[in-house]
Every structure is written in structure tokens, then in C-alpha cells.
Design a binder for this molecule. Structure first.
Ligand code: EPU
Length: 337
């Protein structure tokens, strides 16, 4: 393993921000990871997966360890289900397509989400009515401190909306090396409840969709709304959709009766941050090389040479304006480094 110095991370973050790692190494196996962690005990470390959920606002004064563990295999199966283990460095979308090709169901609604398998549990990724927690069984992780391996069961992951134990109780303590999913082999639970999917399938006159049909519909929707990071730097939704107590929401709703919302529990509602940002006039705005996407206001974009700080400033401006206008605080989903 070669440790590189003063290494550009532009190709390693989907925002395409130019920032340097003081030291950089890619690890291709759990054994490599163990060695690197052991040999660099006193060195500050930064774990980098697919780089799809972070905004780099400065150079990283640490040893950046890029998790590039590859491989996937079936570890158990019966007539109805298959248990698949994927290494952390597998590209998420390629993994989803592979599962669909094998006729394994459960991941299709999460097609085309950027990033790698190993980081999907960290923020319990989700889209179009599905979340990783619905198919997740367990993941293996190594402690950064003394390289012990621990298996986290689904319960131990404390999954919530874009949340898990890895962002909270054990933040920065582990490196996820592999993930196990339980997928269906038959009687797939095709989930087309999300309005956009129903519309997309109807457009193509599909009434009995297969896994592939659902995946294609999701891909078409995402491509119409969300920019491709390979063409335009971005990190998906920059903010989380805020969750409000119904009692608080009702007061706001009286003032803004057209505000969209979804019930999430008896006492809480979720408000689409994209709607708030659009209403506040930010959608499609550009400030230098940084901006707000024209088709989905939740997504901030880098038109070329924006700095992380410029994107961060826009995000703060949006947060302040939304708070002043609606009295709602919106929280970043992306990790700001
Ligand atoms: N909306 C607007 N203006 C906008 C964007 C959205 O008015 O510019 C409104 C839409 O009309 C719709 C509502 O907001 O009524 C919801 O929009 P959409 O279906 O596009 O989903 P979202 O809530 O904006 C979430 C996820 C996405 C995920 C989609 C689909 C979060 C933070 N984002 O977005 O996830 O793809 O649902 O399930 O929960 C991501 O996390 O990176 C991501 C892209």
C-alpha cells in the first residue's frame, strides 16, 4: 500500500470540490485496513467511502483512508430469501443492478443513489418509499482504536430517518467493512406507493411491474430531477426534510395553508425542505460556481470551481431565510468537513 501525500480529493467527492489530503491511502482488504490503522496509531485519520455525502470546506490535515474493499457473495438462501454480503467499497448502484439481474428484490427503489455500500447504513439511505433498514441484516465493522471486529445487528444500528448509531453513539469509532442484506427470491414486495413511481409506470403502460421496471422508473425519475454527479458536482439532498410536532406545524400551516406535509406519526409531520427552499426563491439560483439545482431545490451544486466554503455559505443563507420566513429550522444531511 502506497501512502500518497498532498493528494487531491476532487475525484473522491461527488461535489467535485478541490481539497487536499495531507496523506492518502486506498485499502483493498480488511487486512490492509488493519495494518494501516496499526501502523499509523498516532496519526489523525479520516475514513473516506464513496465521498457522496460530504462537503469539503478545507484541506484534510490527516491520513485519509479510502475504503476500497470489493466483492459480494451469497452467504445463505432458502426458497424465499437470499442473504447477500457486500464489501464496503462496492458501488451502491452497481450492487443494486446486480441484485435485480439475479431477480433478488428489495433494493430496486434505491436505484441510482450515489455512493458505496459501506456507507449506506451510516445514514440509512432511502428513496421512493424504501430505506436501507428494510433489507439490512447486519454489518461488520472494525474499531479504529484497536482493530477489533464487531458485527452490528439491525437493532444495534438504531436506524432512523437518515440516522444511525454510526452518526451518533459510536460516531468516528468504527470503519464498516461489509454489509449483509436479506433479499426476496420470489413474492417480491413491489413498492410503487410513492406517487412519482405510479405516474412513471403508468406513462409506460406498465401495470404489473417487475423489479427491473421499478428500477427503471426510479432511474427515469431521478434523472429528470437530480443532477448526475459525474456531470454536475452535488451530494444529493443537502438538507433533511424537517420533522415538526403537529401542534407546532398547525400554527405554521394556518399562515401558509399551501405548505406540503406528510404524516410521520400520530404527533409528527414531515415538511419537504425542497418546497420551502423553492418558495423562498432559491431554486435555480446561481452564485458564482455554486448554486441550487433548477429541478430539485434540495440539491446544491458545484458548476465547476466552487469552493466548499461557497457552498456552505449558500446553505447557511438558505437556512436563515427559511427560518425567518417560516420559523422552521432545516438541518444539513450532508457531512460538512
Ligand atoms: N418539492 C418542491 N420543490 C422542489 C423539490 C421538491 O416543491 O424543488 C416538493 C415536491 O413537489 C414534492 C415534495 O417536495 O411534493 C417532495 O419532493 P421529492 O419527491 O422530490 O422528494 P424530497 O422529499 O425532496 C426525498 C429524499 C431524496 C429522495 C426522494 C425520493 C430527503 C432529504 N431526500 O427528497 O433523497 O430521493 O425523497 O424518495 O429525504 C438524498 O437523500 O440525497 C436524496 C436525493
Amino acid at each position: 500500500m502506497e501512502i500518497l501525500h498532498n493528494f487531491s480529493l476532487k475525484k473522491y467527492n461527488t461535489f467535485s470540490i478541490e481539497a487536499k489530503a495531507k496523506h492518502f491511502v486506498a485499502v483493498h482488504s480488511a487486512a490492509d485496513l488493519k495494518t494501516i490503522l496499526q501502523e499509523n496509531k498516532s496519526q489523525r485519520k479520516f475514513i473516506l467511502g464513496g465521498g457522496s455525502n460530504m462537503l469539503l470546506t478545507k484541506d484534510i490535515d490527516a491520513l485519509v483512508i479510502h475504503i476500497d474493499l470489493k466483492g459480494k457473495k451469497i452467504i445463505a438462501e432458502n426458497d424465499d430469501f437470499v442473504w447477500v454480503e457486500s464489501q464496503a467499497g462496492e458501488n451502491w448502484h452497481q450492487f443494486v443492478l446486480w441484485a435485480i439481474d439475479q431477480n433478488f428484490g428489495g433494493l430496486e427503489n434505491m436505484s441510482l443513489i450515489p455512493g458505496n455500500v459501506g456507507t449506506t447504513p451510516v445514514q440509512n439511505i432511502g428513496a421512493y418509499g424504501a430505506e436501507i433498514k428494510d433489507t439490512f441484516v447486519s454489518c461488520e465493522a472494525m474499531t479504529r482504536e484497536n482493530q477489533e471486529i464487531k458485527t452490528f445487528t439491525k437493532d444495534e444500528c438504531h436506524f432512523g430517518y437518515r440516522e444511525s448509531v454510526f452518526k451518533n453513539e459510536v460516531k468516528d469509532q468504527y470503519v464498516i467493512t461489509s454489509v449483509v442484506f436479506k433479499l426476496t427470491k420470489r413474492n417480491h414486495k413491489i413498492n410503487t406507493s410513492y406517487g412519482d413511481i405510479t405516474t412513471e409506470l403508468a406513462k409506460n403502460s406498465i401495470s404489473n411491474p417487475t423489479l427491473k421496471d421499478v428500477s427503471n422508473a426510479v432511474i427515469a425519475i431521478r434523472q429528470s430531477k437530480l443532477p448526475d454527479p459525474a456531470a454536475l458536482g452535488n451530494s444529493g439532498s443537502f438538507f433533511k426534510n424537517p420533522i415538526l410536532l403537529k401542534s407546532d406545524f398547525e400554527k405554521i400551516h394556518q399562515q401558509f395553508p399551501e405548505m406540503k406535509y406528510y404524516d410521520v406519526s400520530e404527533t409528527e409531520v414531515k415538511v419537504p425542505a425542497g418546497w420551502l427552499i423553492e418558495q423562498a426563491g432559491f431554486k435555480g439560483k446561481r452564485f458564482g460556481d455554486a448554486g441550487i439545482h433548477k429541478n430539485q431545490a434540495l440539491v446544491l451544486v458545484n458548476y465547476g470551481n466552487a469552493t466548499g466554503q461557497e457552498i456552505l455559505n449558500i446553505s447557511k443563507n438558505i437556512q436563515e431565510t427559511i427560518f425567518k420566513t417560516f420559523g422552521i429550522h432545516i438541518e444539513a444531511e450532508v457531512n460538512v468537513i
